[in-house]
Design a protein around this ligand. Structure first.
Ligand code: ZN
Length: 498
């Protein structure tokens, strides 16, 4: 079946107001870009895109679908407080809760112009087939493409730092120290089972593997994850150097940086991306570049959690491919890639660099499309409006006030658009959003289900919440103390001072 998107302006690097082209789509793929009105085929279906600016779908290179039910939880939280809250925020969930959380995350994304994401999804104590199917079915229902990477570890947050459990035992009677993740061999076998059973179309949903944070993974565990990924050709993503205490303690624990630690177990390669990568030095950046690894840059979440500012320009200078992400709703809090682009552009300007070193709007837009596509391993399918690429298109309303007047399309997309100008979204040529609303979704019923789930889960997790609130001050003090010691001398340069 041929579909022709007629009368629109396609975003272009050379023309500030876009270029008038009709887009010819066969099935789910763009087969031609032609002058307006030049397709004569009477049998072709037509979609009128007059007064619409057409961009490739945005691609979210780092999120967590389990965050969908936790939107707006927490205010003055850093990463340590978030990790302390994780057991009650995400505890006691059944398949329906996992589905709801993923559905909300998916709708949030498509309605704001995102057509694919990299989802690090968490289940405790081990990832299950049921849980993965719950998440995958939400994505299939909404139409979003995704890499779904179970976020796994064999050490708890409390086991991950030397002396942490001792510091907590004085007030919690050993409760934090008694917590355990799934056993190493159980988690690795669960990942292998998922890889064997995965049956979704590879251009829609792919399995990935996410050893969550190097500190939370034993060497044996990291090697197990690497082997499953290698045997099944899966992409991998890990949170690397998100918070300052992690960079500092890495030298204490491993005697080297987190990046070097992962290199020592053979995890770095073109299949690997580092999420955040705020507290990495030049040597780490060079190593990522040499191995062909990528970075998922999440400036919104980094600011929300007070983590620091990722050095996007430095990564690009080293030749590291960069994507942009929102991070999960529990730490960012919406799933708006227009905001993530704006944050990336803005934070690149406050690091003391001259204007020519700031991210331009063209660069920022490319990172959120082609760059993120590379992080997902989908770079041959999506991220561009070009012949042979999937028809993942966002139609922005040029009569929306965000584009009034249209002075410079890409500047306005990155610096003025906030998702409100999204009119239609097509994924693989299929319309999934019209009039700014996800199609086939009963929002009233969904909101009622989400509220009921949250009420039930809060009651079930009340005791765990009380516990995390008791230990929170010790956690904050302990992690802050780590950033103050001589281990930091091992880093060549630390943000935000460089
Ligand atoms: Zn994350």
């Amino acid at each position: 079946m041929t579909l022709v998107v007629t009368g629109g302006q396609i975003l272009s690097a050379t023309s500030p107001r876009g270029e008038a082209r009709d887009i010819v789509i066969d099935g789910d793929t763009i087969v031609d870009l032609v002058m307006p009105g030049s397709v004569r085929d009477d049998n072709a279906e037509r979609l009128d895109a007059s007064r619409r600016l057409i961009i490739p779908g945005l691609i979210n290179s780092h999120t967590h679908s389990h965050g969908g039910l936790s939107k707006g939880i927490g205010d003055r939280w850093n990463l340590e407080i978030l990790q302390t809250a994780n057991p009650w925020m995400g505890g006691q969930r059944g398949p329906e809760d996992k589905y709801l959380s993923a559905l909300i995350t998916a709708i949030d994304q498509v309605e704001k112009g995102t057509t694919a994401c990299y989802d690090l999804f968490f289940e405790f104590p081990v990832p299950t087939i049921d849980g993965m199917e719950a998440v995958a079915s939400a994505y299939m229902e909404v139409g979003l493409r995704a890499v779904i990477a179970p976020m796994v570890a064999d050490l708890t947050f409390y086991q991950s730092l030397p002396g942490f459990i001792d510091a907590l035992t004085r007030i919690d009677g050993g409760k934090a120290g008694a917590m355990r993740m799934g056993r190493t061999e159980d988690v690795i076998s669960a990942l292998r089972r998922l890889a064997v059973q995965w049956s979704y179309p590879s251009d829609r949903l792919r399995l990935g593997i996410a050893p969550t944070i190097p500190h939370h993974c034993s060497r044996e565990f990291m090697i197990g994850c690497r082997d499953v990924a290698r045997d099944h050709g899966l992409v991998m993503q890990t949170h690397v150097g998100e918070a300052k205490y992690q960079a500092a303690s890495s030298f204490q624990i491993f005697g080297r940086s987190m990046t070097r630690t992962m290199e020592s177990v053979g995890i770095l390669g073109p299949w690997f991306s580092a999420a955040h990568a705020v507290w990495l030095d030049d040597a780490d950046m060079r190593l990522l570049a040499e191995r062909g690894a990528q970075v998922a840059h999440n400036p919104g979440a980094n600011m929300r959690l007070g983590s620091g500012i990722g050095a996007a320009r430095d990564y690009l200078r080293h030749g590291v491919a960069l994507g942009i992400g929102t991070d999960g709703c529990h730490c960012s809090d919406n799933q708006n890639m227009f905001e993530a682009m704006r944050a990336a552009s803005f934070v690149s300007r406050v690091r003391g660099l001259p204007p020519q070193e700031w991210l331009s709007t063209h660069e920022t837009f490319r990172l959120a499309t082609e760059g993120s596509a590379r992080v997902l391993g989908f770079q041959d399918l999506i991220g561009k409006i070009a012949k042979g690429y999937k028809a993942d298109l966002v139609l922005l309303d040029l009569d929306h006030v965000n584009f009034m007047p249209l002075n410079n399309a890409v500047n306005q997309i990155v610096h003025a658009e906030d998702g409100c100008g999204v009119d239609k979204v097509l994924i693989g040529g299929r319309m999934v959003v019209s009039g700014g609303r996800a199609l086939g979704v009963d929002k009233v019923a969904l909101a009622a289900k989400a509220d009921a789930a949250v009420e039930r889960l809060h009651a079930l997790n009340a005791e765990a919440r009380k516990f995390s609130e008791i230990i929170e001050p010790i956690v904050v003090n302990f992690c802050h103390g780590l950033t103050d010691n001589t281990a930091l001398a091992g880093l060549h340069r630390l943000l935000p001072s460089h």
